[in-house]
Design a protein around this ligand. Structure first.
Ligand SMILES: Cc1cc2nc3c(=O)[nH]c(=O)nc-3n(C[C@H](O)[C@H](O)[C@H](O)COP(=O)(O)OP(=O)(O)OC[C@H]3O[C@@H](n4cnc5c(N)ncnc54)[C@H](O)[C@@H]3O)c2cc1C
Length: 268
C-alpha cells in the first residue's frame, strides 16, 4: 500500500525541450515515479526545486502540516512556483511552460540553459480545487506567465461556455496557434510590455460587468491583478468564491522578496 503523504516531492529529469514561441519554452520532465502523481485538476500549480550553483541534484523538502522542512537548511534549493501545463500518467511526464525572461532569475535561466537529463525537483500540485467554477459567463485575464494555466483551463471548459479571454503577451508570435476557444468566447489580445496594463484594465472596465453566478480568473504581474481584483470585488460585487485573482510575479522583485507580500494580498 502506498503510504505517501498527499504532499510529496519528486526528482525529475528534463526529457524534452520545446520552444513554443519567442518567449515561452516548454520543458517536459520525466520520472517513473510520476505514474502515480496526484494530478486532479487543470491549472494547478507546483513548486519547483532547483539545484544551487555547484550542485547537480537539488535537496528535496520533507512535508509537514506547516509546509516544507529541510533536513539541511543551509543547503536549501531555489524554490519557484509554476503551472502544470500537461500531465501524462502513461508517459510519466509533466510539462511546464517557462517564460524566458533572461538569466536574471534562476528559473528562467534554468529553462533557457536546460539540457536533456538536467535534474530538478517538483512538488505535488496545489491550488483551489476545482480551479474553474461552472459559470454562465467567464472572464479570463492574464499575461504570458498565466497563459499555461489559461490554456489548461480552456481545455476543460464546457463547449457552450461564453465570455472573454484577455491576454497581455510580449508579441503576437507568443499567441499559441493551438489556442482553442468555445464559439461563445471572444479573444482580446494586447501585444507589448507592462506599459499596456492601464489600457488593458480600461478595456475590461468597459466590458459588461459579470454577475454573481459568473466566474473571473485573473493572474499575472501584480500591477495587472491589483486593479482588476478591485474592479471585480468592489464595482462588480463578485463574491470571493466567484473569482480567482492571484499576482504571479512583481516586476523588480524576485520570488523570495515578493512571496510574503503576495500571500498578504491573496489573504486580504
Ligand atoms: C501560482 C503561480 C503559477 C505560475 N505559473 C507560471 C508558469 O506556468 N510559467 C511561468 O513562466 N511563470 C509562472 N509563474 C510566475 C513565476 O513563478 C515567476 O515569474 C517567478 O518569479 C520566476 O522565477 P525566476 O527565478 O525566473 O525569477 P525571480 O528570481 O523570481 O526574479 C528575478 C527578476 O526577474 C523578474 N521576473 C520574474 N518573472 C518575470 C517574468 N515573467 N517576466 C519578466 N520579468 C520577470 C523579477 O521581477 C525579478 O526582477 C507562476 C507564479 C505563480 C504564483
Amino acid at each position: 500500500m502506498n503510504k505517501r503523504s498527499p504532499h510529496h516531492a519528486y526528482l525529475v529529469r528534463v526529457h524534452d525541450i520545446i520552444d513554443l514561441s519567442p518567449n515561452l519554452r516548454r520543458l517536459v520532465m520525466h520520472s517513473a515515479e510520476l505514474a502515480n502523481y496526484p494530478h486532479q485538476f487543470n491549472g494547478a500549480h507546483i513548486k519547483i526545486f532547483l539545484a544551487r550553483s555547484g550542485q547537480i541534484t537539488p535537496q528535496l523538502p520533507q512535508f509537514s502540516n506547516h509546509g516544507f522542512n529541510w533536513v539541511e537548511p543551509d543547503n536549501k534549493p531555489i524554490v519557484r512556483t509554476y503551472t502544470i501545463r500537461d500531465y501524462d500518467a502513461k508517459a510519466c511526464t509533466i510539462s511546464i511552460d517557462f517564460v524566458k525572461h533572461g538569466d536574471n532569475g534562476p528559473a528562467s535561466a534554468f529553462a533557457e540553459q536546460a539540457q536533456q537529463g538536467d535534474v530538478l525537483g517538483i512538488s505535488s500540485p496545489g491550488g483551489p480545487n476545482p480551479m474553474l467554477k461552472t459559470a454562465a459567463r467567464y472572464l479570463f485575464v492574464g499575461d504570458i506567465t498565466a497563459l499555461p494555466a489559461i490554456e489548461s483551463l480552456l481545455a476543460t471548459i464546457q463547449p457552450d461556455a461564453s465570455g472573454d479571454v484577455v491576454l497581455l503577451l510580449p508579441q503576437a508570435e507568443d499567441l499559441p496557434v493551438t489556442l482553442s476557444l468555445p464559439a461563445g468566447m471572444r479573444l482580446h489580445t494586447f501585444y507589448g510590455d507592462l506599459s499596456l496594463i492601464p489600457a488593458l484594465v480600461k478595456f475590461i472596465t468597459n466590458l459588461t460587468p459579470l454577475a454573481c453566478d459568473d466566474f473571473a480568473w485573473v493572474a499575472g504581474e501584480a500591477t495587472l491583478v491589483k486593479p482588476l481584483r478591485e474592479l471585480l470585488r468592489t464595482q462588480w460585487q463578485l463574491p470571493p468564491q466567484r473569482h480567482y485573482a492571484v499576482p504571479y510575479w512583481r516586476q523588480g522583485e524576485n520570488e523570495e522578496s515578493y512571496h510574503e507580500a503576495r500571500h498578504k494580498f491573496i489573504e486580504k
